[in-house]
Design a protein. Structure first.
Length: 74
């Protein structure tokens, strides 16, 4: 079963990734989020930090050019 928990309509020129944090916060108001599944476009430190702050485990594949960095990236 798939449930759409939050929606934001934007223009065709807006990027999706920056919208994720607001959508997750809205979802967290109504649901106990345990996991977040997303595609590579959403792999940003800000998004991962927001997921962690909400207690959700991210399931996002890494991009080919990702490198492990102890301090994280921006």
């Amino acid at each position: 079963m798939t449930i759409i928990t939050s929606v934001k309509v934007t223009s065709e020129f807006d990027n999706d990734s920056p919208q994720l944090i607001e959508l997750m916060k809205t979802t967290a108001e109504h649901f106990d989020m345990k996991e977040v599944s997303a595609d590579k476009a959403y792999l940003r430190k800000k998004n991962l930090d927001a997921m962690d702050g909400l207690g959700a485990t991210p399931y996002i594949p890494f991009k080919e050019n990702n490198e492990a960095r102890g301090s994280g990236s921006v």
